[in-house]
Design a binder for this molecule. Structure first.
Ligand code: HEC
Length: 157
């Protein structure tokens, strides 16, 4: 009987790991911030650090990050992200990554979790026009959470 109960609890825990992601069109912004997790699953800062690199989130094309100084091509279009966790709360960081244009009107920063309202729809970073069909966000809900989990580690020493 005890085993049965433990097994059941494990099943319940596992099912929450597959929580439905919030759709890009359903994200609720309050003053540019997004209070609840987009994926329902805690982000992984190590995975987030990889997404910051070229070819994925491409964040370092515009932002300098001392903790990622081993990666090439740090740009200066956006502010350095060192100490960003001291400047913004987790919901604010989530909102900035999901759609920076809500926090910073007219920002050059791409909207990473957005699928509608574009003026010129391209096919991600390929420079090609979008081929039709369903628009995918640049990052998945889980990737946004992973990036936010990494940003949270960026505190001034
Ligand atoms: C095309 C350039 C560009 C890219 C790519 C980019 N950003 Fe930004 N980001 C900016 C700019 C510019 C700002 C300053 C806000 C504004 O637009 O006025 C900014 C602001 C921010 C801020 C607030 C920083 C602060 O100290 O106030 C965070 C956090 C941030 N970006 C995270 C990211 C992350 C994470 C990624 C990758 C997933 C990313 N950015 C990709 C241009 C970019």
């Amino acid at each position: 009987m005890k085993h049965l109960i433990i097994g059941f609890t494990a099943m319940l825990t596992a099912s929450t790991a597959f929580a439905e992601a919030v759709k890009p069109t359903d994200v609720v912004f309050v003053d540019g911030a997004v209070e609840t997790s987009l994926s329902g699953v805690a982000g992984d800062p190590a995975v987030g650090a990889e997404i910051m690199n070229k070819g994925a989130g491409n964040c370092i094309a515009c932002h300098q990050v001392s903790a990622l100084s081993h990666l090439a091509f740090h740009g200066e279009i956006g502010p350095p992200l060192d100490g960003v966790a001291d400047r913004w709360t987790v919901p604010e960081l989530r909102g900035i990554v999901a759609n920076a244009k809500v926090m910073f009107d007219g920002s050059l920063m791409p909207s990473f979790y957005r699928t509608e309202g574009f003026i010129r729809l391209g096919d991600a970073y390929t420079g090609e026009a979008h081929g039709g069909g369903e628009v995918q966000p640049l990052l998945t809900a889980q990737q946004v959470e992973d990036v936010v989990a990494f940003l949270v580690t960026l505190k001034e020493q």
